[in-house]
Write a protein that binds this ligand. Sequence first.
Ligand SMILES: Cc1ncc(COP(=O)(O)O)c(C=O)c1O
Length: 375
Amino acid sequence: MAIFSVELERLRNRRSIKWARWEPDVLPMFVAEMDVETVPAVAERLQQLIAEGDFGYPELPVYQEAFASFADWMWDWKLDPARDIRLAGDVMSGMRELTLATTEPGDAVVVNPPIYPPFRAVVRGSGRRLVEVPMTAAGRLDLDALAEAFAAERPSAYLLCSPHNPNGTVHTRAELETVAALAAQYNVTVISDEIHAPLAGAAHVPFTSVPGAERSVVVTSAAKSWNLAGLKAAVLVAGSEAHDVLDGLPGHVAESASHVAIEAHSAALDGGRDWLRQASDEIAQNKLHLRSELERLLPQVPYEPSEGTYLAWLDCSDLGLEHAGRHFHTVGRVRFNFGTDFDSAAGQFVRMNVATSPELITEGVRRMAASLGHS
Ligand SMILES: Cc1ncc(COP(=O)(O)O)c(C=O)c1O
């Protein structure tokens, strides 16, 4: 049974953002939620909590232990759950708290546009100075530009997105080693958001496992890879010389993770490994399917599948639209994330979510093409 095979009528009953936000005739292919049934291991754990009336505060270090076990299994990344891992309410609040803890008001903080919009909000909202080092035209980290920015702007922190959202780039070990060396040279704390990493599997390299990244912190969770965004919890993982950063965080950071979320995320990490592998395989197939449907129906939109995430970053420049995302919504009745939210220069881009059935991917592309008068 395919994971990405939930019927459209069932999806339309959902009350989370993806299915509740837009008009009922609009096909939502925007926010990073997956069109999947509950992961069986998670459903089992949640049912156990319901049966026991177990809805209190968290006590046991189950998330820390489950993440350490998963990290060892997936990446051979050896972590001590008690020493190296702390809880947070979700990934973005973890990113914000770590930015506050490792920088001073007015300090420069680097991000790489096009970038998941809350990264900018974290920097601006915490009163730090945003320094943008764009990804290359090929969608990779621009290591020369990063070196220049570190030398010229003297940032205190760098918010790395690994894998990268929106374009799905999985950074190579060599790229990350260069980042780590630069960070060590210029004394920059790297705060690495690895929420999309489990789905990328062995291709992903955890940042703090790279030599030179000892003062860095990884922020991650099971929320994206097992579709648990509504159950808020995350983990912060200290590099071997960054324990003081985690130990210095205010108590509310760990206290904002909920008991139910911690149980659900740990169940996914422990019992959802086969499911993850299958989901990852199906996403790779979905990306190939998207490529072939675009070639067939809308060849002006080029697309090469990325290694990571279930997101496709589509350049619609050749369609001659004033604002591609708005056009597809208002005329095509298919809603993507708008490129401008990720990069002010990306008005011709949209971000499509392919964590859905191949049929709905075809329907999304059909709606794009129909909106342009192509049948
Ligand atoms: C790169 C990235 N970080 C963080 C998040 C949000 O995570 P959380 O809900 O745990 O804050 C997302 C959600 O799509 C994301 O893509």
